[in-house]
Design a protein around this ligand. Structure first.
Ligand SMILES: Nc1ncnc2c1ncn2[C@@H]1O[C@H](COP(=O)(O)OP(=O)(O)O)[C@@H](O)[C@H]1O
Ligand SMILES: [Mg+2]
Length: 280
């Protein structure tokens, strides 16, 4: 559905600040996929996702949406934004409306939906993000907790019912509880069959949430495949400055005593295995 082909992005070319943020990147994203994009700070993650909806234009290469080059003049921006929803880093900094309703209604209204449809979209996205609708809808988005603000920001993108939702570090700066509530809601989107692209430098989140993982290092794609395979390649993970998820390093330690411990994405099933084993 979405294809990035041989793309390079250079910031401030022809100046001493010239920065090659992406170098000859190619990848394809299909329907219903669940992908993490990982890499150290400055590796090019945010640049890459801004190519997805045309916010950044490549200096070389092409971006195709359903086979059409989105940077070739006559693709209406609304059509792209409708299909590819991006929740940027610290999205709550962009709040502007006086009520949660108006904040979330902005996107659907912009797409030309009528009042009935707008309301339906707002209610749908609030419910999807786990809110008690009547309790939240007339409140000021500025006066919510950090986790609530983040979920409202995600809801405002979901309200446009995109085919792909891209979340740039959605849990950054959150405490554990806030993080878990975001991660849980993101998981729900995945269960609904939406394509989710999850950008993070937290490897626990990346491993827990995604099937496919794309790793960036200094603007290059250095891995694109099953997240399990990535994390089993410890030299690569270390080389690009990332960490092995806790679940994997914990299991590795347990292997000495329990050679048959299964590979698992979540800590709960490791604990379950241990409790069964230790109760015998
Ligand atoms: N608007 C910009 N102008 C100049 N350089 C930028 C800009 N945005 C990002 N960069 C540089 O491009 C590189 C990649 O940045 P970015 O895509 O934001 O990485 P990440 O999201 O992985 O932290 C970094 O070296 C960053 O400093
Ligand atoms: Mg970034």
């Amino acid at each position: 559905m979405l294809e990035i082909r041989n793309v390079s992005v250079i910031y401030d070319p022809k100046t001493i600040f010239k920065k090659e943020a992406l170098i000859n990147v190619s990848l394809k994203i299909g329907y219903g996929e669940l992908i993490s994009i990982v890499g150290k700070i400055g590796s090019g993650k945010s640049t890459l996702i801004q190519l997805f909806n045309g916010l950044i234009k490549p200096d070389q290469g092409n971006v195709f949406l359903n086979g059409i080059d989105i940077n070739e003049g006559n693709v209406p921006r609304k059509e792209i934004i409708k299909k590819i929803g991006i929740v940027f880093q610290y999205p709550e900094e962009q709040f502007f409306a006086e009520t949660v309703f108006d904040e979330i209604a902005f996107g659907p209204r912009n797409l030309g939906q009528n009042d009935v449809k707008v309301k339906e979209s707002v209610l749908y996205s609030l419910e999807t993000m786990g809110f008690n609708v009547s309790e939240i809808i007339e409140r000021s988005p500025f006066h919510l907790s950090g986790g609530e603000k983040r979920r409202i920001a995600i809801a405002s993108v979901l309200a446009m019912r995109p085919d792909v939702i891209v979340l740039d570090e959605p849990a950054a700066g959150m405490d554990y509880e806030g993080k878990m509530s975001i991660v849980t809601q993101v998981r729900k989107q995945i269960e609904k069959g939406m394509t989710v692209v999850f950008v993070t430098h937290d490897m626990d989140e990346a491993f827990y949430l995604s099937d496919r993982l794309i790793a960036l290092d200094k603007g290059y794609v250095v891995f694109d495949g099953p997240s399990k395979d990535f994390f089993q390649n410890e030299p690569l993970v270390n080389k690009i400055g990332l960490e092995i998820p806790f679940t994997i390093s914990f299991r590795k330690k347990l292997l000495k005593c329990f050679p048959d411990i299964p590979f698992s994405k979540d800590i709960d099933s490791l604990i379950e295995f241990l409790s069964v084993r230790l109760s015998h």
